[in-house]
Ligand binder design. Structure first.
Ligand SMILES: NC(=O)c1ccc[n+]([C@@H]2O[C@H](COP(=O)([O-])OP(=O)(O)OC[C@H]3O[C@@H](n4cnc5c(N)ncnc54)[C@H](OP(=O)(O)O)[C@@H]3O)[C@@H](O)[C@H]2O)c1
Length: 253
C-alpha cells in the first residue's frame, strides 16, 4: 500500500552522492540500502553463526566507503548481540573527508533489537566516537534502558513484540538521517525488504560455498510465496580479480 503513493525527492549532496527523502503515506524515511557479503550459495555466514569472514580486502575498502557516505548504519539484534560489530569508518582519510564536509567522523550506529541487553564492554558501544540509537521493545528491562541512556545512547522503546521498522526509519529521518546503510543480518534484511523500506541492494558474491540449510542467507524470515516475490532490477555487475562479483540491484516498484 505504501508503494503506490510514494514520492521521491532527489537531492545531490556536496560530494555528489545521491540522497533521497522518501515520503509514503505521510511518513518520511531516509534513502536506504542493504549491503551484504555472501557466498555463491547466498550464505552470509556459516551454520556456526560466528560472523565468518566473506569479504575480500577490496570489498572491505568498498564497504568502508559506503559507510563513510552514509549518515547511519543499521544492524539487527542477532548481529548486534552475537557479532558485536564496531560499525565505524576504518580509513582515516575517509573520516577526514567526512570532517571536511562538517560531519562527525563516523555515521550513527543503529541497532534494532527486541531485548537490548547489550554488553557495556561491547565494541558496538565503545568503539567510536559515534552517536548510537537503539530501537527496542518492552522486553528490554528498565535496568538496561537506564544503562544505555547513561552511556549517551538514544533509546526508543516500542510497546510491541517487535520494533516497528517504518516508525524507526521515520524517527531516523527526523534525526537528520538522509542515507541509511543496512548491514544485516538476514532477518532484518527480509523485514525491511518485505515492508518496501529498501531502495538498493549491494551484494558482494565471494567465490566460495558454505552450504548448510540453517546458515543465514541474504534474506531470512518466514519467506514469501512465489507470487509475492520481491522483484529486483540489476543495475550494475562487476567481475573482480579476487574472484568475487559485485551486484547492485534497485527495488522495482
Ligand atoms: N555477511 C554479511 O554481510 C552479514 C552482515 C550482517 C550479519 N551477518 C550474519 O547474519 C546473521 C544474523 O542474522 P539473523 O537473521 O540471525 O539476525 P539479525 O537480522 O541480525 O537480527 C534479527 C533480530 O532483530 C530483532 N528484531 C526486532 N525487531 C525486528 C524487526 N522488526 N525486524 C527484524 N528483526 C527485528 C529480532 O530479535 P529477537 O529474535 O530477539 O526477537 C530478530 O531476531 C549472523 O550470522 C551474522 O554474522 C552477515
Amino acid at each position: 500500500m505504501f508503494l503506490h503513493i510514494r514520492t521521491l525527492t532527489r537531492q545531490l549532496g556536496d560530494n555528489g552522492i545521491q540522497r533521497f527523502i522518501i515520503e509514503a503515506a505521510g511518513v518520511k524515511r531516509p534513502f536506504s540500502f542493504i549491503n551484504v557479503a555472501m557466498t555463491a550459495d547466498g550464505k552470509i555466514d556459516t551454520v556456526q553463526r560466528k560472523g565468518a569472514a566473506i569479504s575480500s580486502e577490496r570489498d572491505k575498502e568498498r564497504v568502508d566507503k559506503l559507510r563513510a557516505e552514509s549518515d547511519a548504519i543499521m544492524v539487527g539484534g542477532r548481529t548486534l548481540l552475537d557479532d558485536d560489530p564496531k560499525l565505524t569508518v576504518k580509513s582515516e582519510a575517509l573520516r577526514l573527508e567526512r570532517a571536511a564536509r562538517g560531519l562527525p567522523p563516523n555515521p550513527i550506529k543503529v541497532g534494532i533489537v527486541t531485548e537490548a541487553n547489550i554488553n557495556p564492554d561491547s565494541q558496538f558501544l565503545n568503539v567510536g566516537p559515534a552517536n548510537i540509537v537503539i530501537f527496542t521493545t518492552r522486553w528490554t528491562s528498565k535496568h538496561h534502558i537506564s544503562l544505555l541512556k547513561s552511556r549517551g545512547v538514544d533509546v526508543y522503546v516500542d510497546d510491541s513484540e517487535k520494533v516497528n521498522l517504518a516508525k524507526a526509519l521515520d524517527t531516523l529521518h527526523e534525526l537528520g538521517v538522509d542515507r541509511l546503510m543496512v548491514e544485516g543480518g538476514a532477518t532484518l534484511n527480509y523485514e525491511l525488504l518485505r515492508l518496501g523500506l529498501v531502495d538498493e541492494v549491494f551484494a558482494y558474491v565471494a567465490p566460495m560455498i558454505f552450504g548448510g540449510a540453517n546458515a543465514p542467507t541474504l534474506a531470512a524470515g518466514p519467506g514469501l510465496e512465489r507470487g509475492e516475490a520481491i522483484p529486483l532490477k540489476v543495475v550494475d555487475v562487476e567481475k573482480w580479480e579476487d574472484g568475487g562479483v559485485l551486484l547492485k540491484y534497485i527495488l522495482e516498484r
